[in-house]
Ligand binder design. Structure first.
Ligand SMILES: C[S@@+](CC[C@H](N)C(=O)[O-])C[C@H]1O[C@@H](n2cnc3c(N)ncnc32)[C@H](O)[C@@H]1O
Ligand SMILES: O=c1cc(-c2ccc(O)cc2)oc2c(O)c(O)ccc12
Length: 361
């Protein structure tokens, strides 16, 4: 039997199969991450305060001792994916060096009582409910539904959140972890974006984690969190923070600035232009010279990016394809929708995988 076209040797054939296997089983990295969080491995290592041996982890996590080797194999793949680190420690009992496991910067963020913990995010996003939409991607390519999520559930993600409180809670809690972390970075690295503003509306601001952090950091700034009524229902504001329910496609509360984090990448170009035109109306009556729209989203296709950053952005883009009607955009794509919405100029501040884009009328 001849080799496939382009495959010249047995080694090339084996390498090609190995790559297919790698891409087939990549999801096990996600499942292993979820399992580690659910077992509380990051929390146990954090509580210990030192690297932990396998037997110490088995005891601390009340793992069935017959499954110790399973825990070893789980942690082995998570060391490979740089979620945990492996070091050597001296064992007084064994009078020899022994492997021990410690946290990395990534797994420090998976400790549940870490103020900036993101543990809820992977657990939610790897929930079967979310993952099931991906099993409908091929079906979606030939049907007329707006997203694979819709092909699976017959509703879009926000309509579903309105009728299923558990789901609404799960996705909002997951989003909050990112909002809290980004808020912490924004007030430190993006002071120039918010200085001089007196009022800002965080459009589709969820439960208000970003607005809370920004309002607290800028004394002269009052924030409104604007989101769908079921999202803001019952949320308590403060003297500098208030919640308003509504539909951003209908109207947006007026302010010096509109903040849009993880919003426009949820929507088509046409929907983005509609949202941005409403944002332009919302800032039109401001007499603040710095009136603008502030977007926090990804810019794909950036040069000189680390491979993992590029892969993560492209994975995020396919997540948008699976869940909503949006996409991650290149700078050209962003500028096209800015100008089509009547904005004339923009300024970019990189923020890790995302960027803060200030767009001016
Ligand atoms: C991905 S979340 C982003 C939340 C928040 N900006 C953040 O970054 O954490 C998208 C948000 O858009 C809100 N949303 C969806 N459709 C909306 C609409 N028509 N008007 C206002 N908010 C909407 C959802 O309720 C959800 O809170
Ligand atoms: O990370 C997410 C996840 C979602 C999401 C996943 C599953 C659902 O049923 C609803 C929403 O949505 C996101 C999103 O809209 C966004 O702008 C950024 C991130 C995510």
């Amino acid at each position: 039997m001849a080799f496939p076209n382009g495959v010249e040797s047995a080694q090339e054939l084996l390498n090609a199969q190995a790559h297919v296997w790698n891409q087939t089983f990549n999801y096990i990295n996600s499942m292993s991450l979820k399992c580690a969080i659910q077992l509380g491995i990051p929390d146990a290592i954090h509580k210990q305060g030192n690297p932990m041996t396998l037997s110490q982890l088995v005891d601390a996590l009340s793992i069935n001792k017959a499954k110790s080797n399973g825990l070893f194999r789980l942690i082995r793949i998570l060391v490979h994916s740089k979620i945990f680190d492996k070091v050597k420690i001296w064992s007084e009992d064994k009078q020899e060096e022994e492997d021990a496991y410690c946290l990395t910067r990534a797994s420090r963020l998976l400790v549940r009582d870490e103020p900036l913990s993101v543990a809820a995010y992977p657990v939610a996003l790897i929930d079967p409910f979310f993952v099931d939409a991906f099993h409908h991607m091929s079906e979606w390519f030939v049907d007329d539904h707006p997203s694979p999520f819709y092909s699976k559930y017959g509703k879009d993600v926000w309509e579903y959140a309105e009728i299923d409180q558990n789901y609404n809670q799960m996705i909002n809690k997951a989003m909050e972890t990112d909002a809290r972390l980004v808020s912490r970075i924004l007030v430190q690295e993006c002071k120039h974006v918010f200085e001089g503003l007196e009022t800002m509306v965080d459009v589709a601001g969820g439960t208000g984690m970003v607005a809370r952090g920004v309002a607290a950091a800028f004394p002269g700034l009052k924030c409104v969190v604007f989101d769908l009524p079921h999202v803001v229902a019952g949320l308590e504001g403060s003297e500098k923070l208030s919640f308003v329910g509504g539909d951003m496609f209908d109207s947006i509360p007026h302010a010096d600035a509109v903040f849009l984090k993880w919003i426009l990448h949820d929507w088509t170009d046409e929907e983005c232009i509609a949202i941005l035109k409403k944002c332009k109306e919302a800032i039109a009556s401001s007499n603040n010279n710095g009136r603008k729209v502030i977007i926090a989203d990804m810019i794909v296709g950036e040069d000189r990016e680390e491979d993992e950053a590029t892969e993560t952005k492209l994975l995020f883009d396919v997540q948008m394809l699976a869940l909503v009607t949006g996409k991650e955009r290149s700078m050209k794509e962003w500028s096209n929708i800015f100008y089509a919405s009547g904005f004339t100029k923009y300024n970019i501040t990189p923020l890790g995988l995302r960027s803060v884009i200030e767009v001016y009328p």
